[in-house]
Design a protein around this ligand. Structure first.
Ligand code: NAP
Ligand code: MG
Length: 402
């Protein structure tokens, strides 16, 4: 087979530990033999982030703005233990946080569905994608313990010095208060990322808040989504045959449980935190969860939802065999390659991405899988493969498909 050519490079963000090992195996076995791979390479491994004072992370985000599509390996977010382990100059911030802030993006997490790994919720047949607003509310709240009787108020002082006050409560004894905020531009970016992504994957979009109780705060979210939808996306949704659906958060939860899946569920920050853990654990495995950051301008950064699988890496360093699941990382590559193909009108590239995903799914459905899946599959007598064998098994399926 003649290698598939690329016109525009992908932004490649390498990472840490076990996923860094998988990264190079994936390239060697599943990409380089078939594609004349063009990437602009950024090493986001912790050592190199430290050497460059984390400049490499900012550079990789800027490159994503330039080229439009990135693929990222999992990276270590430093904590106290990592400071010693890697002799860090500083406790560098989470690369995902830095990139998300620079691209002003929203993260969409979706499970990879295969026969034999059944969701706990038996009517879920298609993936449910969660989009979490990543700014404000309780995560940027100011709190106070109220020691005893007294008046608590919300006070806004405008730049001209004028004030608006609202009574929170006339306390007769001890209690607590909390002040939350959000920003219109942030909510607008969130809305645009959600509408853009829904059009991209041609799935319905659900959004829910508690606007009946929170008549100003949550209602603002509802209004901004509706205004942007009506003004900018309504016609495109109609053409694509998809819908935007708003409901109350408790109604949404009830409908999600009874649905068969196949839509995007946009959540406010706290709802997204809670619901993404519920949805991902109910679908079976963190190792089968993909993640894509979408900016309101339509830049895409694909990755796996899991971390660097540290425990497996330490085993690997001691020369022990590992059975680490590479599917979510492979899907990060296929997602990015497909998007690159769409943007460049490169059908062979998008078609290869589809086949690579098919090869992963088919390999597992034939009973060949890593240990994490073998523990939860309903397939009888699964063959447990090590990290390398699993990737080679996918290659052999892929060669069959191609
Ligand atoms: P993790 O890498 O997600 O792994 C936690 C556990 O989940 C593993 O020990 C393993 O369980 C299982 N697991 C996750 N992915 C798997 C896979 N592909 N195949 C098989 N099993 C898998 O989380 P962590 O160990 O808590 O975090 C390690 C590092 O990742 C941290 O430094 C953290 O900062 C970073 N992190 C990065 C990202 C990101 O870049 N997006 C996200 C989260 C965490 P068993 O050990 O039981 O086999
Ligand atoms: Mg959480």
């Amino acid at each position: 087979m003649e290698k598939i050519q690329m016109t525009t490079p992908l932004v490649e963000m390498d990472g840490d530990e076990m996923t860094r090992i998988l990264w190079s195996m994936i390239k060697d076995e599943l990409l380089l033999p078939f594609i004349d791979l063009k990437t602009e390479y950024y090493d986001l491994g912790l050592e190199h982030r430290n050497e460059t004072d984390d400049q490499v992370t900012a550079d990789s985000a800027n490159a994503t703005k330039k080229y439009g599509v990135a693929v990222k390996c999992a990276t270590i977010t430093p904590n106290a233990a990592r400071m010693d382990e890697y002799h860090l100059k500083e406790m560098w911030k989470s690369p995902n946080g830095t990139i998300r802030a620079m691209l002003d993006g929203t993260v969409f997490r979706a499970p990879i569905i295969v026969k034999g790994i059944e969701p706990c919720v038996k009517n879920w047949k298609k993936p449910i994608t969660i989009a979490r607003h990543a700014y404000g509310d309780v995560y940027k709240a100011t709190e106070m313990k109220i020691p005893g009787a007294g008046r608590a108020e919300l006070v806004y002082t405008a730049e001209d010095g004028s004030e608006v006050r609202e009574l929170i409560h006339n306390f007769t004894g001890a209690g607590v208060v909390q002040g939350q905020h959000n920003l219109e531009p942030s909510i607008e970016s969130f809305a645009r990322s959600c509408f853009t992504y829904a059009l991209d994957v041609k799935q319905d979009l659900w959004f829910a808040t508690k606007d009946t109780i929170s008549k100003k705060y949550d209602h603002t979210f509802k209004d901004i989504f509706q205004e942007i939808f009506d003004a900018e996306y309504k016609d495109a949704f109609e053409k694509a045959g998809i819908t935007y659906f708003y409901t109350l958060i408790d109604d949404a939860v009830a409908r999600v449980m009874k649905s068969e899946g196949g839509y995007i569920w946009a959540c406010k920050n706290y709802d997204g935190d809670v619901m993404s853990d519920m949805v991902s654990s109910a679908f079976g495995s963190l190792a089968m969860m993909t993640s894509v950051l979408v900016s309101p301008q339509g830049y895409y950064e694909y990755e796996a939802a899991h971390g660097t699988v540290q425990r497996h890496y330490y085993k690997h360093l001691e020369g022990e065999e590992t059975s680490t699941n590479s599917v979510a990382t492979i899907f990060a590559w296929s997602g990015a390659l497909r998007k690159r193909g769409e943007m460049d009108g490169n059908e062979r590239l998008s078609d290869f991405a589809d086949k690579l995903e098919k090869a992963c799914i088919q390999t597992i459905e034939e009973g060949k899988m890593t240990r994490d899946l073998a523990l939860i599959t309903s397939i009888e007598n699964p063959v447990v493969l090590n990290s390398q064998e699993f990737i080679r098994a996918i290659r052999s399926t892929l060669e069959g498909i191609l």
